[in-house]
Design a protein around this ligand. Structure first.
Ligand SMILES: C[S@@+](CC[C@H](N)C(=O)[O-])C[C@H]1O[C@@H](n2cnc3c(N)ncnc32)[C@H](O)[C@@H]1O
Length: 251
């Protein structure tokens, strides 16, 4: 056990003085991390700036995280010469870069609420096909006309998923989810794709969902071991079996 793990284990000690050591050291550890770790600092600052509007706070991502989804979307969009794609909650840009591989002629916008993420994206992916925008910027607020919008692992909150008492969704609520979906709907072209995965709610419960239908491909519907909450924020299942890719009607 390294020193950090050892000190963490003090928290559950039977001895008062050992627990006290943990509670005295923890604030020092948080301050040290805030000073030395730029990513951690950005999460704390974004949390203070955006509070409830900061949904998933971890920026974990990886290249080609959803290969079946990306392949199905690329096939659907192949009739468009330069499809316009949005990665909403782009983290450090690997999703945008992956989309660029599946659709080499696409114009790709990534947006994130965390400024550190947007800086990291710009440093890593400077190709002119990519644009990275802060979620709160005027340019992002005005942009529209996308052929596909990817909202992967962003409409979720750790507290909803992992808190012992998670019968009700509190970290991210259905009304916040639906409000953001309504905005994204205005940015998507008729016939375009709305793609949602790793989410605390079901897109089909939103009011705009009646204008959408699932894209037909094997594995569009996926089973995930994670709680599902209804429009009243009540947990209704411990596993999900939701569709991930929807086509907006009206083309
Ligand atoms: C787990 S990452 C998802 C990365 C990528 N989409 C994927 O699935 O691999 C979630 C990202 O969503 C961002 N995020 C959280 N709330 C947001 C909001 N209101 N608007 C835009 N991005 C947000 C976080 O900063 C974080 O970088």
């Amino acid at each position: 056990m390294n020193l950090k793990e050892k000190i963490k284990s003090f928290r559950h000690s039977d001895h008062f003085h050992i627990r006290l050591i943990y509670h005295l050291l923890k604030p020092l550890w948080v301050i040290r991390r805030f000073i030395t770790d730029t990513y951690y600092r950005s999460v704390v600052i974004t949390r203070l700036q955006h509070r409830m509007k900061y949904y998933q706070r971890s920026s974990f991502t990886m290249p080609d995280r959803y290969p079946l989804v990306f392949a199905a979307c690329a096939q659907y969009l192949q009739a468009i010469a330069h499809p316009r794609l949005l990665s909403f909650g782009c983290a450090t840009g690997e999703e945008a870069a992956t989309l660029g591989k599946y659709m080499p002629d696409a114009e790709i916008t990534g947006t994130d609420v965390n400024e550190w993420c947007i800086k990291a994206c710009k440093n890593k992916y400077s190709d002119s096909r990519f644009v990275f925008l802060l979620r709160d910027s005027d340019v992002y607020n005005k942009c529209s006309g996308f052929d596909a919008i990817f909202c992967m692992a962003v409409f979720q909150h750790t507290a909803n998923r992992l808190n012992k008492n998670n019968e009700t969704a509190r970290g991210l609520t259905f009304s916040q989810f639906e409000e953001e979906i309504n905005i994204l709907d205005t940015k998507l072209n008729p016939g375009g794709l709305l793609v949602i995965d790793n989410c605390d709610f079901s897109f089909e419960d939103t009011s705009v969902a009646r204008q959408y239908k699932p894209l037909e491909f094997i594995n569009n519907r996926i089973s995930r071991a994670r709680p599902l909450f209804d429009p009243n924020n009540r947990k209704i299942a411990e596993t999900q079996n939701n569709y991930r890719v929807f086509v907006k009607e009206g083309k």
